[in-house]
Design a protein. Structure first.
Length: 426
């Protein structure tokens, strides 16, 4: 009686082993660091002993590159469960009710506050990520994936797709926000067909989702294609029962990841919560196969801050430190494309500041700055000024786009000037 299941498991294991042997290519990063502000030796007359340091980081393979990013969100029924945080700030944390009834098309234990669900955390994380991205360099698209599951009867309609393109690639981030709002209204339900999400992401990144551009329109050597895939579960559909990991669903998912790799697409995966971490192999393998990164989060709400820490460049670490005070930056913001903004503490007089970065392959770069801070003659309320500086810091993410525009204009003017003074070839 057990012979057929054993053969099935054995064949699945062989295929998984074969897929695991395929490795992505690697390349050296050769990281570079540019400081835009302040200029070396610049005298600072800020009231508070804090100075902003801004610039950008790039690697050899990311210089002058464009990005196309698909955010793929798990909208399966389990994502309707509480995330354990008060996301909507209503003073009440959503919890799974002690007694619940299974709703049609919904897998999970319900939630006393849907605005505090895992799904709501995914949406909030995507919104916060958008605030850091630069529409001049990065197009963004949005995909949802689940599985058309009905109670214990399996698939309710074989013609219903398990993944939807909520918004094709666009530089108009307001469209992504509108799509996120629609998704939140529709809610989370069904099984977890991760393979469908990856395949649809490939279509979107290869220019197959556009009505106005031909297939392959988005494909060129200076465009990096990335999928940010969030899931609170594991592959359980379309072959499986939608509420348990299935070997064949794992194979379908890893096969889809290999297709992504062949198309030059990197996938960063995020495993959210105990269910996803109880069987993380598939999400780990997706990232490994495509040269991406796997992030496991036991704290579900942590995705809100961790997604905006995504890196499109091969950056491992950045350190901004006032070596005169032997103190690091009090706050720092790094965008996925490599723009950074840090606040460093100052002492009166000369300050030596070091900015160092390390790439994922271990290559490093460093810049040293000499800054002078002149203490104001009157410091009647320095505590107030420090509090004010901290309040201003909280708004850094909102003003990041304006700062980036200023820097881009500066670079453009500098390049135009260089072209004007460059002698023409005879």
């Amino acid at each position: 009686m057990n012979e057929v299941p054993l053969k099935k498991k054995f064949s699945c294991a062989l295929i998984l082993t074969f897929l695991t042997l395929l490795l992505p290519k690697s390349s050296l990063a050769e990281i570079e660091l540019v400081i835009d502000f302040p200029l070396p030796g610049m005298k600072l007359d800020y009231t508070s002993p804090i100075a902003p340091i801004s610039g950008y980081i790039y690697t050899t393979d990311s210089q002058d590159i464009k990005y196309e990013v698909i955010i793929a969100l798990d909208t399966s029924g389990s994502a309707a469960a509480p995330c354990g945080m008060d996301l909507d700030n209503d003073g009440v944390i959503g919890r799974a009710p002690t007694l619940y009834r299974e709703l049609e098309g919904l897998i999970g234990e319900g939630n006393t506050d849907p605005d505090d669900s895992i799904f709501a955390a995914e949406i909030l994380a995507a919104r916060r990520l958008l605030r850091l991205l630069d529409p001049d360099t990065t197009e963004v698209g949005l995909i949802s994936f689940s599985g058309d599951f009905k109670g214990g009867s399996g698939r309710s309609n074989i013609a219903t797709p398990d993944a939807y393109c909520e918004q094709p690639l666009t530089k108009e981030y307001a469209r992504i926000t509108e799509a996120l709002n629609r998704m939140k209204t529709n809610g989370a339900r069904g099984g977890t067909n991760i393979a469908a999400g990856i395949r649809l992401g490939i279509e979107a990144l290869m220019g197959l989702m556009s009505d106005t551009q031909p297939p392959g329109y988005h494909t060129n050597d200076r465009t990096k294609k990335i999928i940010l895939l969030l899931s609170d579960g594991f592959p359980s559909f379309p072959v499986g029962s939608a509420n348990a990991a299935d070997p064949e669903d794992k194979i379908l998912t890893i096969s889809a990841a290999h297709l992504a790799y062949m198309a030059g697409i990197q996938i960063n995966t995020y495993a959210l919560g105990p269910d996803a971490l109880s069987s993380p192999f598939t999400l780990q393998e997706i990232a490994r196969v495509t040269g991406g990164q796997f992030t496991g989060l036991s704290n579900l709400g942590e995705i809100i801050t961790r997604l905006e820490e995504a890196r499109f460049i091969k950056l491992r670490n950045i350190l901004v430190e006032n070596t005169t005070l032997t103190k690091p930056a009090s706050e720092m913001l790094v965008s996925p494309e490599g723009f950074f903004l840090a606040l460093v503490p100052l002492t009166e007089g000369l300050n030596k500041v070091r900015v160092s970065v390390t790439a994922t392959d271990g290559t490093a770069a460093e810049k040293l700055l000499s800054l002078y801070w002149l203490k104001p003659e009157t410091h009647d309320n320095i505590a107030f000024q420090l509090d004010l500086a901290r309040d201003q810091l909280r708004g850094l993410k909102l003003t990041l786009a304006k700062e980036r525009d200023r820097l881009m204009q500066y670079r453009k003017e500098k390049l135009d000037l260089e072209l004007q003074i460059k002698p023409k070839n005879p």
